[in-house]
Design a protein around this ligand. Structure first.
Ligand SMILES: Nc1ncnc2c1ncn2[C@@H]1O[C@H](COP(=O)(O)OP(=O)(O)O)[C@@H](O)[C@H]1O
Ligand SMILES: [Mg+2]
Length: 281
């Protein structure tokens, strides 16, 4: 069953097409939207969050039409925006409680129980009385996730949830997100291939408002099978020096090259083609 079905969606800002006839589906588990800056990831996620409408094409979210049943959909989804506007003078509890009020959890005692539950779920119970402005960036992200979990939504949308986290925070995040994805549909965006490898059962590669690939992370890795070479000399546009001093080349084999095992990043860079030169540098 697909929780999200997007068909031929176009969205323009002025003359610029951010989504260019995009089709996309997602069901239970974690789907990662992987693409460079400007690919259209945030535009799509805002559409799935019913914040933004499509110019043309159709969306079905949780079996409903967002242009007719927006409120019913909103009640069943959780959303972490790319740049959440926190009220920094609020404590963690106050902020999550405030969102719970906006989400119409009216009964005070039930609401407070739910607020405590989501705060505990992201591992912030101990700082629940602290002001948001006193938290680290990683903790603040977790506050953002906590509010997205209020009311046990069936669809959870996380826009760049790992941006700006240090390696240890990323690790904690992976645990949290894989747990969330066990019984829900999670769609998250990232421009980091490591996130996709660690978090997502399924990956959709995006560029220029179009879907370029859809499959498992392992299938994305295999896109570059037989096309990654190590050599002493640089060749072509997609090559860079590695830690071992050799050049890693993607695409045509240079002279005196040795075939290498591809990574997910290789598959991604190969799909992006010329656009990848900007990503890599
Ligand atoms: N509010 C807006 N007004 C004008 N252009 C926008 C706006 N939001 C996004 N864009 C443009 O649409 C394209 C896709 O943006 P976005 O969806 O934010 O991509 P991503 O999240 O993948 O970086 C980019 O070229 C961006 O500059
Ligand atoms: Mg974005």
């Amino acid at each position: 069953m697909n929780t999200v079905v997007v068909t031929n969606v176009v969205k323009s800002y002025g003359r610029h097409r951010a989504l260019d006839g995009l089709s996309f589906t997602a069901g239970p588990g974690v789907t990662g939207l992987l693409g460079p800056n400007g690919a259209g990831k945030t535009t799509l996620i805002r559409m799935l969050a019913t914040v933004l409408a499509a110019d043309s094409g159709t969306l079905r979210l949780l079996g409903r039409d967002p242009s007719a049943e927006r409120l019913q959909i909103r009640r069943r989804l959780g959303y972490l925006p790319q740049e959440p506007g926190f009220h920094r003078a609020f404590t963690v509890f106050e902020f999550v409680d405030y969102v719970a009020i906006l989400k119409e959890i009216v009964d005070r005692r039930a609401r407070h129980d739910e607020v405590r539950r989501v705060i505990a779920e992201v591992g912030l119970a101990e700082v629940s009385g602290k002001r948001i402005r006193a938290l680290s960036g990683g903790m603040r992200r977790r506050v953002g996730i906590a509010q997205a979990l209020l009311g046990e939504p069936e669809l959870v949308l996380l826009d760049e949830p790992t941006a700006g986290l240090d390696p240890e925070q990323r690790l904690r995040f992976r645990e949290l997100i894989s747990r969330i994805g066990e019984n829900r549909t999670v769609v998250l965006s990232t421009h980091q291939t490591e996130d996709v490898a660690a978090l997502c059962g399924r990956v959709v590669v995006f560029d220029g408002g179009r879907c370029m690939f859809e499959g498992t992370p392992e299938e994305l890795r295999r896109v570059a099978e037989g096309q990654v070479w190590l050599s002493a000399e640089r060749s072509g546009v997609l090559s860079w020096r590695t830690g071992e001093g050799l050049f890693r080349n993607i695409g045509q084999a240079p002279d005196a090259a040795r075939l290498a095992e591809p990574t997910i990043e290789d598959g991604y860079l190969l799909l992006l083609g010329d656009a990848a030169v900007g990503v890599r540098s």
